[in-house]
Design a protein. Structure first.
Length: 112
């Protein structure tokens, strides 16, 4: 069974933009990988350019993206107006249990 998550970035206007990740969304999985491997803003932005993903790999090449790797339609990034909006709606809309928000080189974990 999958542990779904939302991986987002806090933008200057207070909104959160990000992607859905289907597998291993728990802090010991996606959370650890983000903390250890996705620290630079350019790499985080490149991850978001892949669209929604099935599996977050240790690098972009090892990440399994629905569009790039499975030929599915590229889904636009999900945008929430605020972190609070993400917390209220993200779980129901995405079926996610966890959210990770990047801000200035730091990842914050939220239970949804």
């Amino acid at each position: 069974m999958a542990t779904r998550s939302f991986i987002g970035k806090l933008l200057n206007d207070g909104s959160v933009r990000g992607i859905y990740c289907h597998h291993d969304g728990c802090p010991e999985g996606v959370g650890r990988t983000l903390q250890e491997r996705y620290r630079e803003e350019a790499v985080v932005d490149a991850l978001f350019s892949l669209g929604d993903i099935s599996v977050l790999g240790d690098d972009l090449g090892a990440t399994v993206a629905y569009h790039r790797d499975r030929g599915e339609d590229l889904q636009p990034n999900t945008v929430y107006s605020t972190v609070r909006h993400m917390l209220r709606r993200g779980g129901a809309e995405l079926g996610a249990e966890h959210a990770y928000v990047y801000e200035g080189g730091t990842w914050t974990h939220h239970n949804l």
